[in-house]
Design a protein around this ligand. Structure first.
Ligand code: BYC
Ligand code: FE
Ligand code: FE
Length: 470
């Protein structure tokens, strides 16, 4: 079944109505979710009508449905890709066995932990972004923010569905807790690092959707391979939503760069700040911060968890089908480790390096984004070039957290770090300047002075379309 039943209280394509107990449990969680949204979501815009897309089916054409919706009335629901008959587990120790339709008992805790960690990031991001609606550079951008927010809300639904359906009482408890942790709260924080970082201005938001949502893409790709079939199916559908989030980030930062290029062209040799644009160096420092923090989200370079998840068939590699070999046994991965203050080349068992294998894919994908931004510079004949910091730069998780590394990944001492940190990471003055630009621009068709307009409207709407009725 690929079409989605919207006549139900909880829209779904999993025939929820046929399982009354589950339906009741989810309907009992629904008010807690709405309460969370109404306190921790973009609350000041709850009464506004927003031009949002809603999935009508899980097919490629299912996204063509746009309309005005108030966010608390968004039809959050449960959408899984259709089950493939006879699907087999594609990697690890259970390779070739039938994919699991129920939780395999011996892996229950690992699986629950993966689902909870994934689920926790979704509401966290909504909390991080909850005030950005007050300062969007245009109605187009405001609408994109809210589209991302409601879809992250739906991603939480996706994980809660799995917890309720397959994990019984402790699953329901975890689902409650997903609504209780709070981004940045020192007593009850979100699970993963980046999801506790403040995201208070739009340049941060655009970097977040570029780099942090891209971690989402790669983690979802690995879970889309899972031997636990319901997880794989839900992640495949989530990936179609994720693509838009990264589009917002990549093109958004591109438009900031474009605006700076325009100002530099019009006023050669002058400080672009005089004209309300964001200097390239500040953009680069924001890139450095958010890309490094998001690089942490892949976990430690050498991780027995990652080996266990892979061996058990719970979490594969991205695009596992492109691999020649799927057990990852008796193979090694060459890694530069950082131990006792020294960088040392070492071969580690491939399964233990799965976090790093995935990080490799992530870095490659990020580099494509950097190229895209540099093409914007080229188009304006601007000599500035952006770069991706080395994966060792400013890490808080894994081997490299124990040392200091420059943007090229060279080991440096603390003095060199302190002497350069202001060149590499956003300074208090940078943040203050960026914040000073954050004034809302909500006239249809108008755009704030620090970002270029989008080349094309959402759903091909005209330039002056009123995406949000304020
Ligand atoms: N921050 O063995 P290790 C998204 C912990 S984003 C804090 O390397 P593992 C989205 C780790 O939990 C995608 N703690 O860990 C994007 C472990 O803790 P314990 C989210 C961290 O398990 C934007 C210890 O350190 N999905 O969807 O191999 C908007 C040892 O580390 C961090 C997933 O993450 C960190 N950065 O790898 C909205 C997928 N890194 O056992 C949404 C599910 C590690 O000592 N999660 N630790 O208590 C996983 O696959 C794994 O949990 C991780 C960590 C890859 C995150
Ligand atoms: Fe998400
Ligand atoms: Fe996302």
């Amino acid at each position: 079944m690929s079409s989605i039943d919207y006549s139900q209280k909880i829209p779904n394509n999993v025939d929820l109505a046929s399982d009354k107990r589950l339906q009741r449990a989810l309907e009992a969680w629904q008010p807690s979710y709405i309460e969370w949204w109404n306190s921790m979501g973009p609350t000041d815009f709850n009464t506004k009508e927003i031009y949002l897309r809603t999935a009508v089916s899980v097919d490629a054409s299912g996204w063509a449905n746009f309309g005005f919706v108030k966010m608390p009335e968004y039809r959050w629901g449960i959408f899984l890709e259709p089950q493939q008959q006879g699907r087999k587990i594609g990697f690890g120790d259970h390779m070739g066995e039938d994919a699991w339709q129920q939780v395999p008992g011996e892996y229950r805790n690992w699986l629950r932990r993966l689902i909870v960690t994934q689920g926790d990031t979704e509401p966290a991001s909504v909390e991080q972004q909850r005030l950005l609606g007050h300062t969007a550079p245009s109605l187009y951008d405001l609408r994109n923010l809210f589209q991302v927010n409601v879809e992250e809300g739906r991603h939480l639904w996706a994980m809660v569905y799995l917890l309720h359906t397959y994990f019984g009482r402790d699953g329901r408890e975890e689902a409650e807790e997903l609504l209780q942790r709070r981004s940045g709260n020192p007593d009850h924080p979100r699970i993963l690092s980046t999801f506790n970082e403040p995201c208070e201005d739009w340049l941060s938001f655009l970097c977040f959707t570029m780099f942090t949502d891209r971690d989402g893409k790669f983690q979802l790709l690995t879970l889309a391979e899972s031997g636990f079939d319901p997880l794989a199916r839900t992640c495949r559908f989530m990936l179609t939503e994720e693509a838009h989030h990264m589009f917002v980030g990549q093109t958004g930062v591109g438009r900031v760069i474009e605006r700076t290029c325009q100002v530099m062209k019009e006023h050669p040799g002058q400080d672009v700040k005089q004209y309300g644009a964001i200097p390239m160096e500040i953009i680069q420092r924001y890139i450095n911060f958010w890309s490094a923090s998001s690089t942490d989200l892949f976990g430690a370079e050498v991780s027995s968890n990652s080996a266990n998840f892979f061996g058990a068939g719970l979490k594969g590699r991205a695009y596992e089908d492109r691999q020649e070999e799927h057990t990852a046994l008796n193979q090694e991965y060459a890694l530069t480790r950082f131990t006792d203050g020294k960088l040392v080349d070492e071969n580690v068992a491939l399964r233990n390096a799965m976090n790093e294998v995935l990080r490799d894919e992530y870095v490659k994908d990020n580099l494509k984004g950097i190229d895209y931004w540099n093409r914007v510079c080229e188009r304006y004949e601007n000599p500035y070039r952006f770069s991706l910091p080395h994966r060792r730069f400013n890490r808080k998780i894994g081997d490299y957290a124990a040392g200091r590394f420059d943007l090229e990944g060279n080991l440096i001492d603390e003095r060199t770090w302190l002497a350069n940190a202001d060149k590499w990471l956003p300074t208090a003055a940078d943040k203050q300047y960026v914040k000073s630009l954050m004034v809302p621009c909500y006239k249809p068709g108008k755009i704030a002075g620090w970002i270029a307009p989008p080349p094309k409207g959402v759903d091909n709407q005209a330039e002056d379309f009123e995406y949000v009725r304020l």
